[in-house]
Design a protein around this ligand. Structure first.
Ligand SMILES: *[C@@H]1O[C@H](CO)[C@@H](O)[C@H](O)[C@H]1NC(C)=O
Ligand SMILES: *[C@@H]1O[C@H](CO)[C@@H](O)[C@H](O)[C@H]1NC(C)=O
Ligand SMILES: *[C@@H]1O[C@H](CO)[C@@H](O)[C@H](O)[C@H]1NC(C)=O
Length: 390
């Protein structure tokens, strides 16, 4: 999930793929829906500048910040899967998928790529053709490379939650976690399949898991839901299956970058009541290039919808871009002490789909630390400065 951003500064080291989750995220924001509806009703032409000029203040600024995500939504609305006979007549040239990618593809290649894009919300056709262990640019603030960490840190279980994710995207999430987490810190990987119907996530995924487990018995655990439970209960299932002292809960369209684990685990080791979210960059949905996102805190608006926030003044005063940023909410991928997560009551398993948990966790973290440490500096949530996620 990606939020709208309030700042464009600095650098970060995580990558997040703008897939269907973003679309759902943004569609929840009422005015976006209205905006798109008005554009859509007026026809296919891009948002007219005049219309934008009429809108004042925040709305305009926010619209500008939506960048390509807005285009993804429009595209999805306009590209509702066509009936087969219509699809054949379509030249495929006006899809946003081909704006920056795929010009050289044959008509047949385009047809297949577009179909997959409509199904997954990102360019699964390209993903299938990229190496699972592709290199990522190291976008961390330069000071991060010089930091040192305690030699003994707690192990982590990395949990990936998915439903009908493209297999190659999921495998790249797994590979990057395995290759970019120091082996002595990564206890296991847990895959929570929330009742996917996609066939390739069955046998082919099991083959991959068996291959890895052949070398490291029990390293990848698969939890399959026999009915769809939604994001929150899926996360809790992953947490239940985890055995390491620290649990990292992630979407399954992420790529981890180097050095993500040590600073996160160090902060949890210092204080087990910290809930950490990494810093994310964006994996572009069309060409899978990495787009640098600024360092930011994560908050929420009056609709409790997620927002990237300018880091607090206290953080700027440190003049240390490797310092963690205090954050009132989380965008959904986070790392937490396994026991502590239970102590604060996990997530509300009554929540369907998603959208509230980012705020809920912030409130649970705050209440808990208020209750137990009223006189201590409150440190419910921090955003550290390393990570890579699609
Ligand atoms: C990192 O450490 C090296 C040598 O210890 C030093 O030369 C360099 O300036 C440091 N870089 C940063 C960004 O602190
Ligand atoms: C998904 O859930 C439905 C019931 O909601 C069930 O009938 C079906 O077998 C499940 N599919 C898988 C792959 O578990
Ligand atoms: C910057 O922050 C990091 C992480 O908290 C810390 O380890 C480091 O010592 C800080 N650097 C300076 C110059 O204060």
């Amino acid at each position: 999930m990606v939020c709208t951003r309030k700042t464009k500064t600095l650098v970060s080291t995580c990558v997040i793929l703008s897939g269907m989750t973003n679309i759902i995220c943004l569609l929840y924001v009422g005015w976006v829906t209205n905006y798109i509806a008005s554009v859509y009703v007026r026809g296919q032409e891009p948002a007219p500048d005049k219309k934008l000029e009429e809108d004042k203040g925040d709305t305009l600024k926010i619209i500008e910040r939506l960048d390509h995500l807005e285009n993804v939504i429009k595209q999805h609305i306009q590209e509702a899967p066509a009936k087969p006979e219509e699809a054949e007549a379509e030249p495929f040239t006006d899809s946003s998928l081909f704006a920056h990618w795929g010009q050289e593809l044959s008509p047949e290649g385009r047809r297949v790529a577009l179909k997959q894009f409509q199904y997954y919300g990102y360019n699964a056709y390209l993903s299938d053709r990229l190496p699972l262990d592709r290199p990522l640019p190291d976008l961390r603030p330069s000071g991060c490379r010089n930091l040192s960490f305690p030699s003994s840190l707690p192990e982590v279980s990395v949990v990936f939650i998915f439903v009908n994710e493209a297999l190659s995207v999921l495998l790249r999430s797994i590979r990057s976690a395995m290759e970019r987490t120091p082996p002595h810190l990564l206890k296991e990987i847990i895959l929570v399949d929330d009742n996917s119907s996609n066939e390739e996530l069955k046998e082919k995924l099991s083959e991959y898991v068996d291959k890895v487990n052949g070398q490291k018995p029990g390293f990848i655990k698969v939890v399959r839901h026999s009915k769809q439970e939604g994001l929150i209960r899926s996360r809790v299932s992953g947490w239940r299956a985890a055995t390491a002292p620290v649990v990292a809960l992630f979407d399954a369209h992420v790529e981890f970058n180097v050095g993500w684990a040590e600073p996160v685990l160090t902060r949890i080791k210092e204080n087990r009541k910290r809930i950490i979210s990494p810093s994310f960059d964006n994996i572009k949905y069309d060409n899978f290039e990495i787009e640098e996102y600024p360092l930011a805190a994560q908050g929420f608006d009056w609709e409790l919808w997620c927002r990237y926030l300018n880091p607090p003044k206290a953080w700027w005063k440190l003049e240390n871009s490797t310092a963690p940023i205090r954050s009132p909410a989380l965008i959904g991928c986070f790392i937490v002490d396994r026991q502590y997560f239970q102590e604060i009551g996990l997530l509300d398993e009554g929540m369907e789909v998603y959208g509230g948990e980012n705020v809920e966790l912030g409130i649970r973290g705050s209440l808990s630390s208020l209750a137990h440490h009223a006189l201590q500096a409150r440190q419910p949530l921090y955003l550290p400065v390393f990570m890579a996620v699609i």
